[in-house]
Ligand binder design. Structure first.
Ligand code: PLP
Length: 409
C-alpha cells in the first residue's frame, strides 16, 4: 500500500504520545514484531498477499453507499463507507488479516487477543481458523455477557473465549489478561491486538492496515466528485476505524470528526469521552489520553456500545487532537439508539451501535451543512451483533417473551 507520511515514525512516538512502556520480558517480542512489520510493510510479496486476502477473503472494496433520504432531508450529499459488509461484519478484519500474515512470517503458532464488542475477537477467531492457528480470546465478563452472539461464533470457529472477572470486567481488563498471557508464552504466542492502541508498533501498525479504508474513500470521492469529501465522521473506541478513515486525509482540508461515547452523563464512569474529560497518562504500554481520577487511577467507563467502552485512546489520535487536526464530538446512548432507528427506517441499513455514535453526531451537526457538501459516515460495522441490546431498548417485552420461549423449547 502507498505509504502515509504520518506513519513513517518508526520511533513509535507521535508528538509526545505513543512509546513502548512494557515489562523487559516482552521487550524482545515487541522489538521483533516492530522489526518484522517495518521490513514487510512495503514488501511487494507481503503487500500482494495482504491485498489478495482483503479481496478474496474479506470482500474488499466495501461499498460507498449514498444515503439518499438522509441527504434529501438534511440538505447535503451524505454517503456511508460500509465496513459492515466485510467478512465478520466490521472493519476489525482489516488489521486481523494484516497481523495474522505477520504472525505467520514470524513462525508463531498461537494467537491471543482481547475483545470488547466481540467484533475483534470474532474477526481474530476467523483468521486464526483460516490460517490454522490456535486461538485464545480474553473478554471482560460484562462484555462476554452482553455480546453473547459473538462469543458463540468465536467458539464455533475453534477459539477458547475466557471471561475476565477482574477490574470493571470490560475491555481494559481483557487487555491486561492478554498481556499476561503473552508474558507467559512469548515464544509461541502472537498478541493480535484489536485497535490502534498498546505499545509500539501496534498503534502505527494497525493504523497502517486500516488505512485501506481511507484510501478507498479518497479514490471513490476523486473519481465520483473530482475532489475529497468535506467531512468524515467516525466513532472512536481505541481509534482503529477512525484512523483508517482519516489517515489519507491528514494533509488535505477534509474535516475529521472523531466521535466518542457520551454514555448516560458527564460524571466519571458514565461515559468514555477521553479527549475532553481525560488527560495524558501512561497505561497498557502507551502514552495517550486516559480517563483517570486526580490521583491518576484509571476511571471506569460506560457506553451502550461495548466497542467504545474503553478508558484510553490511540496515541496517534491523542497527538492529532492536540494539534487540532481532528475535532472531537460525542453522542449519548439515547441519541445513538435514535440514530440506529433512523438509518434503518430511512435507508434500510442497520449499523452497529459503535458506528451509530458517528451518525448521531452527524445528525446533530446537520443544521450547519451546505447543499453541495460531501459528508462521509464511516460505518465501521453492521448492527446484527447488537440484536439483544437494541431489542431490550426498543421492544423489551418482545425480548422477554422470546427469552422465555427459548428456555422452554
Ligand atoms: C463495529 C465497531 N466499530 C468501532 C469499534 C471501536 O473500535 P476502534 O475505535 O478501534 O475502531 C468497534 C470495537 O469493537 C466495533 O466493533
Amino acid at each position: 500500500m502507498e505509504s502515509i507520511e504520518y506513519l513513517k515514525e518508526e520511533s513509535g512516538f507521535f508528538g509526545k504520545y505513543g512509546g513502548k512502556y512494557i515489562p523487559e520480558t516482552i521487550r524482545p517480542t515487541m522489538d521483533e514484531l516492530a522489526a518484522t512489520f517495518d521490513a514487510l510493510k512495503h514488501d511487494a510479496v507481503f503487500e500482494r498477499r495482504l491485498k489478495e486476502a482483503y479481496a478474496e477473503f474479506s470482500g474488499r472494496p466495501t461499498p460507498f453507499t449514498p444515503l439518499k433520504n438522509l441527504s434529501k432531508n438534511l440538505g447535503a450529499k451524505i454517503y456511508m463507507k460500509n465496513e459492515g459488509m466485510n467478512l465478520t461484519g466490521a472493519h476489525k478484519i482489516n488489521h486481523c488479516i494484516g497481523q495474522i500474515l505477520l504472525a505467520q512470517e514470524m513462525g508463531k503458532t498461537r494467537i491471543i487477543a482481547e475483545t470488547g464488542a466481540g467484533q475483534h475477537g470474532y474477526a481474530t477467531a476467523t483468521v486464526a481458523a483460516r490460517f490454522g492457528m490456535k486461538c485464545t480470546i480474553y473478554m471482560g465478563k460484562k462484555d462476554y455477557e452482553r455480546q453473547r452472539p459473538n462469543v458463540f461464533w468465536m467458539e464455533l470457529l475453534g477459539a477458547e473465549v475466557i471471561p475476565v472477572e477482574s477490574g470493571d470486567e470490560s475491555l481494559n481488563d481483557a487487555v491486561i489478561a492478554a498481556f499476561k498471557d503473552l508474558i507467559s508464552d512469548p515464544e509461541q504466542a502472537f498478541y493480535l491486538l484489536g485497535s490502534a492502541v498498546g505499545p509500539d508498533p501496534y498503534p502505527r501498525m494497525n493504523a497502517h492496515f486500516q488505512s485501506v479504508v481511507g484510501k478507498e474513500i479518497l479514490e471513490t470521492c476523486e473519481s465520483k466528485f473530482g475532489r475529497e469529501p468535506d467531512r468524515i465522521y467516525a466513532c472512536v473506541g481505541g481509534g482503529s476505524n477512525a484512523l483508517g478513515a482519516f489517515l489519507p486525509f491528514l494533509k488535505r482540508t477534509t474535516r475529521l470528526m472523531a466521535i466518542e461515547a457520551g454514555g448516560k452523563g458527564e460524571e466519571a464512569g458514565e461515559h468514555a469521552r477521553r479527549f475532553t474529560h481525560g488527560k495524558p497518562g501512561v497505561f497498557e504500554g502507551y502514552h495517550g489520553y486516559f480517563l483517570q481520577d486526580e490521583d491518576g487511577n484509571i476511571s471506569s467507563t460506560h457506553s451502550i456500545s461495548a466497542g467504545l467502552d474503553y478508558c484510553g485512546v490511540s496515541p496517534l489520535l491523542s497527538d492529532l487532537y492536540d494539534s487540532g487536526r481532528i475535532e472531537s464530538g460525542f453522542a449519548t446512548d439515547e441519541e445513538t439508539l435514535e440514530a440506529v432507528k433512523r438509518l434503518a427506517k430511512e435507508e434500510g441499513l442497520i449499523i452497529a451501535l459503535e458506528s451509530a455514535h458517528a451518525l448521531a453526531a452527524l445528525l446533530k451537526d446537520s443544521d450547519g451543512f451546505q447543499e453541495d457538501e460531501i459528508i462521509v459516515l464511516n460505518g465501521s460495522g453492521r448492527g446484527e451483533k447488537d440484536l439483544f441490546i437494541s431489542m431490550k431498548a426498543f421492544q423489551p417485552e418482545a425480548l422477554e417473551s422470546y427469552a422465555k420461549t427459548l428456555i422452554k423449547t
